[in-house]
Design a protein around this ligand. Structure first.
Ligand SMILES: [Fe+2]
Length: 223
């Protein structure tokens, strides 16, 4: 996973337009606990973004953790079946499409808005593999993205920065090895945060997206 400089002003202007969706989600006055999305196994109450949870998740059938089983936040997945959130659902989806068109992405994987205390539990996306680009906004630096480096086995933390940031990496396919080879990742935040994620199977398309985001000011060969 590498950081990509956000040098494209047109893209930055578009990213900032997601403020209004985030602000309207804040006004929904949700009980934060009702935002939780939980699917067993819960591993006896272990924190879904903690190291113990990761170790336990890696021991069960790897197909169980392609998608996150625990999260606290609002994405299109959470809004699509809630009649009170039709407007938010439509806006999340149409906004994500606009960003996808702007950077030349084939499809949007996720647009998620996390309240303070939000998280996405350990998972690997090996069931939807490919080259990814993640845009993150945090009001403060109080949040992080963690991933398990498949080569060293170490968990690496990428601390949020204030405002927008961008990361790019690769989700290893489920069938390319055992649990150790997958791109396990999780995120947690103490202040409002949002992430817009894109995935493509095509490395050339991914390189072109990164080049556009960095406005040419990046060495693609280092990725
Ligand atoms: Fe993910």
């Amino acid at each position: 996973m590498k950081t990509v400089p956000l040098n494209n002003q047109r893209l930055m202007d578009l990213l900032c337009k997601s403020d209004s969706i985030s602000n309207d989600i804040k006004k929904l006055d949700f009980d934060i606990t009702t935002l939780s999305h939980n699917v067993t196994p819960a591993f006896d109450g272990k924190s879904p973004y903690g190291d113990e949870y990761l170790n336990l998740a890696m021991e069960v059938d790897k197909r169980e953790f392609g998608f996150p089983r625990h999260s606290r936040g609002i994405s299109q997945i959470h809004t699509e079946n809630d009649s009170t959130l039709v407007d938010i659902h439509t806006r999340l989806a149409s906004y994500a499409r606009r960003v996808a068109v702007n950077i030349g992405a084939e499809r949007n994987a996720l647009f998620m808005v996390y309240p303070p205390g939000g998280y996405i539990g350990w998972h690997h996306n090996g069931n939807a593999p490919g080259y990814n680009v993640l845009f993150t906004y945090n009001e403060t630096d109080q949040g992080w993205f963690k991933y398990r480096d498949a080569t060293s086995g170490k968990v690496i933390t990428i601390q949020d920065t204030v405002g927008w940031s961008c990361k790019a990496g690769y989700y290893t396919p489920l069938n390319d090895g055992d649990s150790d080879s997958l791109f396990w990742h999780a995120a947690h935040n103490d202040t409002w945060r949002r992430t817009i994620a894109f995935v493509t199977p095509d490395k050339g398309m991914w390189s072109a997206m990164i080049d556009q985001i960095a406005d040419g000011d990046i060495d693609i060969s280092s990725f």
